[in-house]
Design a protein around this ligand. Structure first.
Ligand code: NDP
Length: 387
């Protein structure tokens, strides 16, 4: 049976992995909407290839390029933040939320309000909105399927079990490209070095987050919302081979783990086929050639981001949204060569310490906390106090 699919963030890394699987199973899917920010030509090419009903750019200035690239294809084109929401609100059997950053929050919420199934890659949206998003999921009868490899692993390890029997959930972390670097080396790390992840091929922002370990911090908060076992039952272990994607230990001390190649097509396939399974083009896992699996406790002195995330979610209120916004702004500043690598965590911590915000009650509150935290972070960066 053909199902309809919308991909928010179709031109990104997760978008490309999703479309690769759709390409291999064309007859199973009708593509409803594909979106990007401003990669108009790439988006138009994908919309034509997949016969999408509508293509949308988030940046309205890129709409004329999109229209030109779509030509006489008959595919509808739209641009701007409201157009992204409208595209998500058209509803589809499955919506893949793969925009990077809090920019994906409003469209993801629009998809949730349709009550469909959302394959969530856009962790920043859940980190920022937290209970606002999970309440909307419950209210509208939507289903969230986790795309993030760790959360997808946990989701698989929980299947058929009672969450009340969980003793501990352990998120694995590769440790990123700088796992063994000294503090002095970290101080001098460049954007090129930070985006060169040893195991995963990902977009620039999440690659930097992996290098700082903020990615694991965001995932800690994401796990708290997706799998409410209590913060004290969530842990992080560094596992450089990225073979075990996460683990669930039950009260009888039985631990279930999900293993697989470091390729996002595996967790994405699990969402596309859920609750069944589908073929992927990856080679089978070859454990003898991998040889050994190792594990280390995170070093929060060199990589303070996991501590910051833990503190933000423990503090509650608008802390997680502030953490995320400050991180997005500082990562962009690092990628633009404006601040050093280790300044990212310093600036984020300062923003968190200086401002405390009440818990958001709805989407508008989350968006205003996000906007305010971005402005405060930019002020700090411009004051060059911490740069
Ligand atoms: P990319 O940077 O590769 O792609 C981001 C996508 O979002 C692009 O389609 C981009 O469009 C679009 N986009 C960017 N900014 C905006 C905006 N302001 N408004 C609308 N659309 C926008 O990111 P990834 O694919 O790496 O990551 C996407 C999400 O998935 C992130 O939240 C990330 O944390 C999460 N994730 C990613 C994994 C990975 O392996 N890459 C693994 C697990 C989670 P354009 O091309 O026009 O810029």
């Amino acid at each position: 049976m053909t199902r309809s699919i919308t991909i928010l963030g179709a031109t990104g890394s997760v978008g490309a992995s999703t479309l690769d699987l759709i390409r291999r199973n064309r007859d199973d899917w009708q593509v409803e909407a594909l979106t990007a920010n401003c990669s108009a030509e790439e988006l138009a090419a994908l919309a034509r290839e997949f016969d999408a009903r509508i293509a949308v750019v988030g940046d309205e200035n890129c709409l004329s390029d999109l229209r030109a690239a779509l030509g006489d294809s008959g595919i509808e084109a739209a641009g701007g933040a409201q157009a992204l929401r409208d595209a998500a609100a058209r509803g589809a059997d499955l919506t893949v939320a793969a925009i990077v950053g809090c920019a994906g929050l409003a469209p993801t919420m629009a998809a949730i309000e349709q009550g469909g199934t959302i394959a969530l890659a856009n962790k920043e949206a859940l980190v920022s909105a937290g209970d606002v998003m999970t309440a909307a999921v419950a209210k509208h009868g939507a289903t969230l399927l986790p795309v993030d490899s760790e959360h997808n692993a946990i989701f698989q390890c929980l299947a058929g079990n009672d969450i009340a029997d969980v003793a501990r959930i352990t998120l694995t972390a590769s440790g990123g490209p700088f796992r063994e670097w000294t503090q002095a080396q970290l101080d001098a790390a460049t954007p090129e070095q930070a985006v060169a992840h040893p195991n995963w091929d990902m977009g620039a922002k999440i690659s930097v987050d992996s290098a700082t370990m903020m990615n694991k911090g965001l995932e800690f908060i994401e796990a708290h919302h997706l799998f409410p076992v209590g913060l004290d039952r969530l842990g992080i272990v560094v596992h450089p081979q990225s073979v075990i994607h996460s683990m669930v230990e039950y009260k009888d001390r039985s631990t279930l783990a999900q293993l697989g190649p470091s390729d996002m097509r595996v967790p994405i396939a699990s969402c596309l086929a859920h609750p069944a399974r589908m073929e992927t083009p990856m080679e089978p896992l070859d454990l003898p050639s991998i040889g050994e699996l190792t594990f280390f406790a995170p070093d929060e002195t060199r990589f303070p981001a996991t501590r910051l995330a833990r503190e933000a979610i423990h503090a509650g209120g608008g802390g997680p949204a502030t953490l995320n916004a400050a991180n997005e702004v500082t990562v962009a500043a690092f990628l633009a060569g404006q601040i050093g690598f280790t300044r990212i965590a310093v600036v984020v911590e300062n923003v968190l310490n200086r401002y405390s915000v009440a818990a958001p009650q709805g989407l508008d509150d989350v968006l205003s906390i996000d906007a305010e935290a971005r402005a405060r972070t930019r002020e700090l960066l411009e004051s060059s106090e911490l740069v």
